[in-house]
Design a protein around this ligand. Structure first.
Ligand SMILES: Nc1nc2c(c(=O)[nH]1)N[C@@H](CN(C=O)c1ccc(C(=O)N[C@@H](CCC(=O)O)C(=O)O)cc1)CN2
Ligand SMILES: NCC(=O)N[C@@H]1O[C@H](COP(=O)([O-])[O-])[C@@H](O)[C@H]1O
Length: 209
């Protein structure tokens, strides 16, 4: 049974999901706290949010390394320095390699109902397809792109005049609530993974991660 008290959160942009986790973890009963925030780029609001909250930050840029494998190793080492129980990818726009995945459970939030519309542009792709309902997914990352086992999902309606920005903002309201609730339950109750099934709480029959 895994527990998720110490969180390292990875961001690449505005960090509103990060802010939701920071706000929730201000309550000691939440069961988890953000111990560090990492990013793949400088000058983003997600890093500024961490600094305002007096949370340590780090940046590892892919372009600073001769190979992707060296970046994979570098970001894994930066994460490891904070000894997380759970890494939360919250708008982090880089695919994490096995040095990170083999060392820590990584929870990712995606703005679509996986397995539909994986990748860097889930909202745009769902809108282009003409779906009437989309949503958000919280899943445990594996070596694939958004292929890991699903932990939680929530549906969000698409309105006729939606553009990508409007729809994404509607999704993000639901997504922040889903992520905060899911991380909190994982921290307080633990989780198990059996094949593609993730169970939160003290369930029998699952593999212990
Ligand atoms: N090993 C994994 N790492 C990550 C996953 C995952 O499922 N497995 N999810 C992503 C988050 N994500 C969707 O939820 C996602 C983000 C970015 C990309 C992507 O194609 N990235 C490109 C670069 C894009 C850019 O720099 O703007 C890349 O990595 O080369 C796909 C899916 C977090 N990490
Ligand atoms: N495929 C990855 C992806 O699209 N992630 C999405 O980026 C947004 C980041 O918002 P935030 O920086 O305000 O939390 C979130 O909606 C997250 O699901």
């Amino acid at each position: 049974m895994s527990k998720a008290g110490r969180l390292v959160v990875l961001v690449s942009g505005s960090g509103t999901n990060l802010q939701a986790l920071l706000d929730a973890s201000a309550d000691p009963s939440y069961g988890a706290r953000v111990v560090a925030v990492g990013a793949d780029r400088e000058g983003i609001e997600g890093l500024a949010r961490a600094t305002r909250a007096n949370i340590p930050t780090f940046v590892e840029k892919v372009g600073d390394y001769p190979t992707r494998a060296e970046w994979d190793a570098a970001i894994a080492a930066r994460i490891a320095a904070y000894e997380p129980d759970l890494v939360v990818s919250a708008g982090f726009m880089k695919i994490l390699g096995t040095p990170t995945l083999d060392a820590f459970p990584v929870l990712n939030t995606h703005p679509a109902l996986l397995p539909s519309f994986p990748g860097a542009h889930g909202v745009r792709d769902a809108l282009a397809h003409g779906v009437k309902v989309t949503g958000c997914t919280v899943m445990l990352a594996d070596e694939g792109v958004d292929t890991g086992p699903i932990v939680a999902q929530a549906a969000v309606p698409v309105q006729p005049d939606d553009d990508e920005a409007v729809l994404h903002e509607r999704i993000k309201v639901v997504e922040r609530r889903l992520l905060v609730e899911t991380v909190g339950r994982m921290a307080r109750e633990g989780w198990t993974v059996s094949g593609r099934t993730v169970r939160i709480g003290n369930h029998t029959g699952g593999e212990t991660t």
